[in-house]
Design a binder for this molecule. Structure first.
Ligand code: YH5
Length: 278
């Protein structure tokens, strides 16, 4: 199967350290049936084609919001949301597809329809998730989070946030390798905003080089998150784009291999200029 690590190496060597840009495609609304909700099919297809034209490298498709306080969705609902979208994108574009889920059944069905990366904010800790990922042959992104989605932002505490996150990620990578996963199919992610205060996020970001030393490709997702809002005093997500782009560029300079972003065009432009002038 398609290997993301090869793509990372090619892009980085061809374009002077350029990371892969992962574009977020949330399918939390009815993207295809016209239920009279916020997103029409036109807007949806336009969003996808805009990302492609802007140079997106991976499209991350997710059917359940993992924001603090968000409502969870059932298995069938999640399948109904994401599978048609994966099929739709895979039929039209060659761009690698990532599935943002922690449910083994969703991973399996998504990979069966063309997803090549399993992006699991739960680091394959659900029962059966590791076996499912190994059998699928897909690349996986293992993310750190502290606690459960609903409560993770209620006063999170660490001994040493950088060490704790490194220890957790290395331990999860090891468990996966012992279960038969190819080391070259593992990507790590510190999980910005998942059970972390601004101080924790800042300390992690400042020490990103230490996570790069773990010798797995690193994915960084800070786009539009509260930490950007807190730094800028920007409550509205629309006011977080420039800050998000700045953070994506800095993460790349610190060695991140993939940046997960909402604003693909702005991020790709900033990265192209940065890497050209480096
Ligand atoms: C991530 O970091 N994050 S979903 C709250 C916001 C804005 C955005 C407005 N999935 C990550 O993007 N997968 C998510 O406030 C992820 N790494 C990986 N690998 C949260 C999100 C967001 C949350």
């Amino acid at each position: 199967m398609f290997n993301i690590k090869t793509l990372i190496a090619e892009k980085s060597s061809n374009q002077n350290g350029m990371p892969l840009v992962m574009g977020v495609l949330n399918v939390t609304l009815d993207s295809f049936s016209d239920g009279g909700r916020f997103i029409t099919q036109d807007q949806f297809t336009q969003h996808v084609s805009e990302m492609i034209l802007s140079g997106v490298d991976i499209i991350d498709i997710g059917g359940e919001s993992t924001r603090p306080g968000a409502i969870t969705v059932g298995l069938q609902e999640e399948l109904d949301r994401v599978l048609p979208v994966i099929e739709w994108v895979a039929a039209r574009y060659d761009t690698p597809i990532s599935i943002d889920t922690y449910k083994p059944q969703v991973m399996k069905e998504a990979v069966g329809r063309g997803a090549v990366l399993i992006n699991d904010v739960n680091a394959l800790q659900a029962e059966g998730a590791i076996e499912c990922a190994v059998n699928s042959g897909a690349t996986v992104c293992l993310m750190h989070k502290l606690g459960e989605f609903a409560t993770m932002q209620d006063a999170p505490e660490y001994q040493d946030v950088v060490l704790d996150v490194c220890d957790f990620l290395l331990a999860r990578a090891l468990v996966c390798e012992q279960a038969g996963m190819d080391k070259n199919k593992i990507i790590l992610d510190p999980g910005f905003g998942f059970g972390k205060t601004l101080a924790h996020n800042s300390e992690l970001f400042e020490n990103l080089e230490r996570l790069v030393l773990l010798e797995y490709p690193l994915l960084v997702g800070v786009s539009r998150k509260r930490m950007i809002g807190e730094i800028l005093n920007a409550t509205a997500v629309e006011d977080r784009m420039v800050g998000s782009v700045a953070a994506a560029v800095l993460a790349s300079l610190k060695g991140a291999s993939i940046v997960r972003v909402h604003d693909v065009k702005a991020t790709v432009e900033a990265l192209r200029v940065t890497m050209h002038l480096m």
